[in-house]
Design a protein around this ligand. Structure first.
Ligand code: FMN
Length: 181
């Protein structure tokens, strides 16, 4: 039976490089993993006062998708050395109501993608901090910090060969990681 992997992209930008990486993963031959990119841009800011019936639009559906997923793949830019607010907001919504953490116990992996040379290291590790409390066991190796991503694309919009190879290896490792659960 196939395993559902929810892919969360930290950028809401139409031409997002992170989205391009997420789509690259989705279009790979992923064995028994079925990847779905989950929309997070429409989710209202988390506010405990709003966390009762009727819920803000989209929260219920988002929580259902996260609960139904067998694992998570986070592909995120770095905003001011941390996780973009849209992604943090999605984490918060999925973690509540108290005692109903939809993320818990499912295997995850993080890829950070940035136009700077540091490859979003700060966001990558800030996200890992939340994952400890959300109880998402994260793949440790290989780490993925995709820096200067704007230089890794060819004229036809595809990633250069080395990047494609790296992303494929990363996904193979993630498949193994998920198979442990
Ligand atoms: C509000 C904001 C803050 C940013 N802060 C950082 C940062 O701390 N480190 C970094 O490497 N890039 C930073 N950037 C640049 C992003 O890496 C760059 O915009 C990247 O392309 C965003 O990913 P995307 O193409 O998927 O939208 C920032 C961009 C924005 C809009």
């Amino acid at each position: 039976m196939s395993k559902k992997i929810a892919v969360l992209v930290g950028s809401l930008r139409k031409d997002s490089y992170n989205l391009k990486v997420a789509e690259f993963f989705k279009n790979l031959e992923n064995g028994d993993l079925e990847l779905e990119i989950i929309d997070i841009g429409h989710l209202a800011h988390y506010n405990e006062d709003l966390d009762k019936e009727p819920l803000p639009e989209g929260w219920e559906e988002f929580r259902t998708k996260i609960k139904g997923a067998d694992g998570f793949l986070f592909v995120t830019p770095e905003y001011n050395r941390s996780v973009p607010s849209a992604l943090k907001n999605a984490l918060d919504i999925g973690s509540r109501p108290y005692g109903q953490n939809a993320w818990a116990g499912k295997p995850g992996a993080v890829v950070s993608v940035s136009q700077s040379a540091l490859g979003g290291f700060g966001a990558n590790h800030a996200l890992r901090q939340s994952m400890v409390f959300l109880d998402v066991p994260l793949m440790q190796q290989p780490e993925a910090y995709i820096g200067q991503v704007q230089n890794l694309l060819q004229d036809d919009g595809s990633f250069v060969k080395d990047t494609q190879e790296f992303l494929k290896q990363f996904m193979q490792a993630y498949q193994k990681w998920v198979s442990n659960f």
